[in-house]
Ligand binder design. Structure first.
Ligand code: FAD
Ligand code: NAD
Length: 397
């Protein structure tokens, strides 16, 4: 048996991939055995998923094979699903095997938070993975075909998006672009199509710059989105949703984009969590577990004012870099680095050629913001896969 420390990374999302890439750069030969485990043999760009979900881009553009990202001489990749984390004997149980670890990195990403709303788990769809967006896209297209056979069923042409956070807003922007195209392809009168974005809070994008929120709503309303603001969804049924004061909206398509929580496997492992997220220490370790690091949507960190940082790809990537540094430092018995989030801003797309953003202390909207969004996407491709990945997946047109 070798004495080389074993590092196991769970999840090849933004946090896991950045951790793996930095470890492969920073570790010396034979300094540690690193294994990356992921459900699929590809890494997907969650930040891109609203497009293939609406059908405005190909699924292929939202993913890359993991073997193209990592150096498999330095990192073992295991395509499998984690089913249990056993901290007491430092093991991870996979659907088809077991892995032992000395150090564990948990980066399994979030799960949809339904807040116990009846019917939401059963009847709504979520924008979470390549498989979930395939389903959404096919489902939407199928509704047009169904309507042609049953023209009295206008609920087939009613689309409800729950939550006007960034996911909901980005998705309705794309869907509003796609629906006219689907009407044309299927000879459907566009005036029969309804697209609702329903938000419980008194404003869309709660907490974001009000001027930019106003701009986003104007752009999206013009594209045909009907906003219902201050109107919580109370139930999801096979026929649609119940909102506000028991109003029923009949819709054959409900997309739930109203929040994320951490991963259930973590709470099942007995690690302390708040809504499935681990309140990590300043070095990104789970409380009471010096050998377990948590990154991305599975982690919970607070800003200097005591408010939780929103779970974003941006913070997950920065955590991955510090996590890798701290793993190497732990192995070398060196001091750990403190994680400090450097907020580079937020840019959200509103469909083709339109976006809003706050970055570098400035507000952006319209085409300039859309270009900024594209630059952010390209920067990410460059960070993980260099110029070849930018050329392959970066969309320049
Ligand atoms: P993820 O990226 O979710 O990756 C988790 C990985 O773990 C996945 O590969 C998954 O397959 C794998 N996995 C899960 N369970 C298992 C299991 N049991 N076994 C094995 N593998 C498993 N953030 C931004 O900063 N900017 C944006 O523009 C932005 N846009 C977004 C747009 C949309 C539509 C959505 C939904 C989110 C967006 N976000 C954005 C948020 C961002 O995508 C997440 O915060 C980010 O993906 C979190 O990264 P992560 O590494 O924690 O997990
Ligand atoms: P979110 O939690 O940010 O937003 C969910 C929205 O749903 C909230 O506005 C909430 O008030 C609303 N909501 C909750 N319950 C509801 C109900 N019963 N009925 C109607 N509305 C309800 O979730 P998200 O938008 O999925 O974003 C998740 C994370 O990903 C956030 O941190 C976000 O910043 C990030 N993200 C970033 C971008 C970007 O930067 N472009 C894009 C997408 C997501």
């Amino acid at each position: 048996m070798s004495n080389i420390p074993k590092i196991v990374i769970l999840g090849a999302g933004y946090g896991g991939v950045l951790t793996a890439l930095r470890l492969q750069k920073e570790l010396n030969y034979n300094e540690a055995d690193v294994t990356l485990v992921n459900k699929h043999d590809y890494h997907y760009f969650t930040t891109h998923l609203h497009m293939p979900a609406a059908g405005t881009d190909k699924t292929e553009n939202a993913r890359v094979s993991i073997s193209k990202l990592i150096d498999e001489f330095k990192i073992d990749f295991v395509k499998s699903t984690v089913v249990q984390i056993r901290t007491q004997d430092k093991k991870v149980i996979l659907e088809d095997g077991t892995l032992s670890y000395d150090y564990l990195v948990i980066g399994l990403g979030g799960e949809p938070e339904t807040f116990g709303i009846p019917g939401m788990l059963e009847y709504a769809m979520n924008i979470r993975s390549i498989n979930s967006v395939r389903l959404i896209r096919e489902h939407i297209e199928y509704q047009f075909a169904r309507f042609k056979r049953e023209p009295h069923r206008t609920d087939y042409l009613t689309f409800v998006v729950g939550g006007a956070g960034f996911t909901g807003i980005e998705f309705v922007g794309e869907l509003a672009d796609r629906l006219p195209e689907l009407c044309k392809q299927n000879d459907v009168d566009p005036s029969l199509v309804k697209l609702y974005n329903i938000e419980a809070a008194p404003t869309a994008l709660p907490g974001f710059d009000p001027e930019l929120v106003e701009y986003a709503m104007q752009v999206l309303t013009k594209k045909g989105v009907t906003f219902k603001i201050g109107c919580p969804i109370k139930e999801c049924t096979p026929d649609g949703v119940i909102v506000g004061d028991n109003e029923e909206i009949k819709a054959a398509t409900v997309i739930w984009a109203a929040g994320v929580r951490g991963n259930r496997l973590i709470e099942e492992a007995g690690i302390e969590v708040m809504r499935g997220r681990v309140k990590v220490d300043e070095s990104l370790r789970a409380p009471g577990h010096e050998n377990i690091y948590v990154v991305g949507d599975n982690s919970l960190m607070f800003n200097p004012e005591g408010r939780p940082y929103p779970p974003t790809a941006q913070i997950a990537m920065q955590q991955g870099v510090v996590c890798a540094h701290n793993l190497v430092a732990s192995i070398r018995n060196q001091p750990l680095k403190k994680f400090e989030f450097k907020n580079k801003g937020t840019v959200a797309s509103l469909g083709k050629g339109e976006a809003i953003g706050l970055a570098f202390g400035k507000k952006y909207k319209g085409g300039v913001a859309a270009l900024l969004k594209k630059a952010i996407d390209i920067r990410y491709l460059y960070i993980i896969g260099g110029i070849p990945l930018v050329v392959k997946k970066g969309k320049f047109l």
